[in-house]
Ligand binder design. Structure first.
Ligand SMILES: NC(=O)c1ccc[n+]([C@@H]2O[C@H](COP(=O)([O-])OP(=O)(O)OC[C@H]3O[C@@H](n4cnc5c(N)ncnc54)[C@H](OP(=O)(O)O)[C@@H]3O)[C@@H](O)[C@H]2O)c1
Length: 333
């Protein structure tokens, strides 16, 4: 399905970039949202490099199809049901990872996302974009933390990679977006920008979570070997825009925003480079952020300057813990 009059671009950077990645035999990599888009590219790439790939997808024909495609390519892939719009499902997925990874989890890619959805609450009461894009990833990471530490102890390092966006820019983090205010965050009235502000808040949360976790690791687990990293794809031709339209993004403002993105969008393989660098490239350090440099522009994934805001990072951490009822990462289970 296509909503674009722009042709689908070919990969420009991926074919050379992928040659720089190390082999990943003996590693286990979990990726949320890999039925399509950057997640599917990352799953296929890591699998082709020899990793075992745990595909955290909500149950659907798309999830079954993605699993079948990877397995047909000879990849050691496992489907772990995980619906990020339900905390209960996320906890069940974390339990499945515990059973599936007695040897530890080397990389957790918090990649899945939705964009520009109406002002709707999840069953847990949170904004649908904030819960899908950030809160559930926070909860998942807190639950699988011991698996990351186990992998780092066995193989010297493990990584958490959060997928943010160029859309993270546009205003400070707001506490009301992290509270149980789903359906009460601006509505969908004229001119229809609030759905995009809610997306912006959720993508800012992804970056702030990365830094907040990095600081906690540095302060409380400096020897753990677990790294907290962030990526962003830049405008990328994936299924994201199709789903925004399908879920009601049909106003003029929606069409304009999507049209502007797709006009410059790069191939999905190139959009996955930041995620892949942060997840697999040698020499990355905790707290780093990879993606295209230009605002709203595509490009190869480069190391970006940090964007720190300690007050917002503290707000993010406390509000996320309270929303998810999560275990604090380093407390005994
Ligand atoms: N494409 C861009 O221009 C762009 C730009 C900046 C940032 N990003 C970010 O990149 C990430 C990947 O997006 P994409 O562009 O690759 O889009 P995509 O092709 O639509 O992929 C999104 C993935 O997230 C999954 N997902 C959505 N809701 C979920 C839920 N409740 N539970 C579990 N999985 C769920 C989707 O699975 P289903 O098949 O079940 O829907 C799909 O696998 C997102 O975080 C997005 O915000 C994208």
């Amino acid at each position: 399905m296509s909503i674009s009059t722009h042709s689908v671009p070919l990969p420009r950077h991926y074919p050379e970039f992928v040659k720089t990645l190390p082999r990943l035999e003996g590693r286990t990599i979990a990726i949320t949202g890999c039925t399509s888009g950057t997640g599917l590219v990352a799953a296929r790439t890591c699998g082709e490099l020899g990793a075992r790939v745990l595909m955290l997808n909500r149950p659907s024909e798309r999830a079954d199809h993605a699993l079948a495609v990877l397995r047909e390519a000879g990849i050691n892939a496992v489907l772990v049901p995980c619906d990020l719009q339900r905390f209960e499902s996320v906890r069940a997925a974390a339990g499945a990872l515990e059973r599936t990874c007695p040897e530890g989890l080397d990389v957790l890619c918090n990649n899945a996302g939705v964009m520009g959805l109406p002002d709707r609450a999840t069953g847990d009461g949170y904004d649908i974009q904030m819960q899908t894009n950030h809160l559930s990833h926070f909860l998942l990471t807190s639950w699988v933390w011991p698996l990351l530490e186990a992998a780092a102890a066995a193989r010297k390092e493990a990584r958490v990679v959060n997928q943010s966006s160029g859309a993270r820019r546009g205003g400070p983090l707001r506490a009301d977006h992290l509270a149980a205010n789903g359906g009460k965050l601006g509505g969908d009235g004229f001119p229809g920008l609030d759905k995009w502000r809610r997306y912006q808040q959720s993508k800012l949360a992804n970056l702030l979570f990365t830094y907040a976790l990095h600081d906690r690791i540095s302060a409380e687990r400096p020897a753990s070997g677990v790294k907290s990293l962030c990526a962003h794809p830049g405008p990328t031709h994936s299924d994201l825009q199709v789903k925004t339209t399908r879920d009601g993004g049909t106003r003029l403002i929606d069409k304009l925003i999507l049209w502007r993105t797709l006009r410059v969008a790069q191939a999905v393989e190139d959009g996955a480079l930041g995620l892949l660098r942060a997840a697999c490239a040698p020499g990355v350090r905790s707290g780093e952020f990879y993606g295209p440099v230009g605002r709203g522009q595509p490009g190869p994934a480069e190391l970006l300057p940090p964007e720190r805001d300690p007050k917002a990072e503290r707000l993010l951490w406390d509000a996320s813990l309270s929303a998810t009822g999560g275990v604090d990462f380093f407390s005994p289970r």
